[in-house]
Design a protein around this ligand. Structure first.
Ligand code: ACO
Length: 325
């Protein structure tokens, strides 16, 4: 018996050059480096240049992932791009990436699940690859949250940054007894009762404007650890894996305190956690592939390692995946 699995061939990322430090932010709003570091673990974040968009950053990350995977863009037949900050209301930013890469076959579309978007995109691509409909996918998370922020609101503008990350996934037919490869499971959750706790106060069908990000930070914090640990436990149950099998924990990088709290509750030691929130801030759907690429590039993550990915964000949405790298 054979099983069809989505196997990761490579990853890549892109960060804008402009670094915005906490000290620089403290000159714009009433905050301090000490407050931001203590409450969030963030020291600095990147901000997209005027000529950079979610689409251009996504294309850069996609090129890096294709080069890392050593595959030609023309072999990609599916692009799933997670973002809450698309270049335009439509078409999907994924089709801009498709055109940028010179691909004019297959399918390209966006998914929107805010900070859980990358894991939702992985699940979507995985389902389409395993169904046999597609063979090789680019799964991308890309965000320009700097353009959604109210830069006079110190409770939100200190938290976020811009960037993009991408993974190349390929459908492979594996002998069932060698099936412990690639994406082992993806678990998705949402609960719309929490939608007003983290949202953007604009949109095409409500205000006709783009709007600004609004958040009840304490409320998000209150739910985050429980939701994350619940969906991670579900991923373990679905695969028979335990926390002891995990080589690297790659959480959504929203806040160091949420990451540490989740790791503590799950029993994951600090030396297995990939942290980039200190340098990137919260890049929403881009944060997981950015962190993954960081740890693959510096060779912490090795082929065959078991990776635990998780995220939680607006909606609320939350999600977890186990990926044999
Ligand atoms: N600088 C200085 N003071 C500030 C700042 C700031 N940037 N922001 C808020 N404060 C003040 C508040 O006004 C408040 O002052 P007050 O006591 O005089 O009223 C005080 O600090 C405490 O505010 P809280 O909101 O209670 O601070 P808290 O300890 O909860 O930390 C934070 C705020 C960091 C936002 C925290 O609630 C948090 O991390 N929440 C989770 C948010 C998050 O991670 N969101 C993203 C996840 S989902 C996604 O990724 C989209």
């Amino acid at each position: 018996m054979k099983v069809r699995r989505s196997v990761a061939l490579g990853c890549g990322s892109y960060l804008p050059n402009l670094v915005l430090t906490n000290a620089e932010l403290a000159r714009k709003v009433d905050t301090s480096d000490e407050w931001i570091v203590q409450r969030t673990g963030i020291h600095e974040r990147r901000i997209a240049a005027r000529n950079e968009t979610t689409g251009t950053m996504a294309a850069q990350a996609a090129r890096a992932a294709l080069a890392h995977a050593r595959v030609d863009a023309q072999t990609i037949d599916l692009i799933v791009l997670a973002t809450s900050t698309p270049d335009n209301t439509f078409p999907a930013t994924a089709v801009s990436v498709q055109a940028d890469l010179g691909i004019n076959h297959g399918a390209a579309f966006d998914v929107q699940a805010v900070c859980s978007g990358f894991v939702y995109a992985l699940a979507t691509a995985d389902g389409l690859l395993r169904s046999g409909a597609f063979n090789r996918a680019l799964v991308i998370g890309s965000e320009t949250f700097s353009r959604l922020l109210d830069w006079t609101d110190r409770t939100t503008c200190v938290l976020f940054g811009d960037g993009a990350g991408a993974v190349v996934l390929e459908a492979q037919e594996l002998e069932e007894n060698r099936g412990d490869r690639g994406l082992l499971t993806v678990r998705l959750r949402s609960d719309g009762r929490h939608k007003s706790k983290l949202y953007v106060d604009g949109g095409p069908s409500s205000t006709g404007t783009v709007g600004h990000l609004r958040m009840e930070g304490r409320e998000v914090f209150k739910h985050a650890v429980a939701m994350i640990t619940d969906v991670v436990e579900d991923a373990f149950k679905a695969t028979g894996k335990t926390v002891a099998d995990v080589d690297w924990f790659i959480p959504h990088q929203a806040n160091k305190r949420i990451i540490d709290g989740s790791a503590r509750k799950l029993g994951i030691p600090a030396n297995k956690i990939v942290i980039t929130v200190d340098r990137h801030g919260n890049t929403s759907a881009a944060s997981i592939p950015l962190a993954l690429t960081d740890a693959v590039t510096d060779r912490r993550i090795k082929r065959g390692d078991l990776l635990l990915l998780e995220a939680m964000g607006g909606g609320f949405t939350w999600a977890a995946a186990l990926l044999r790298w």
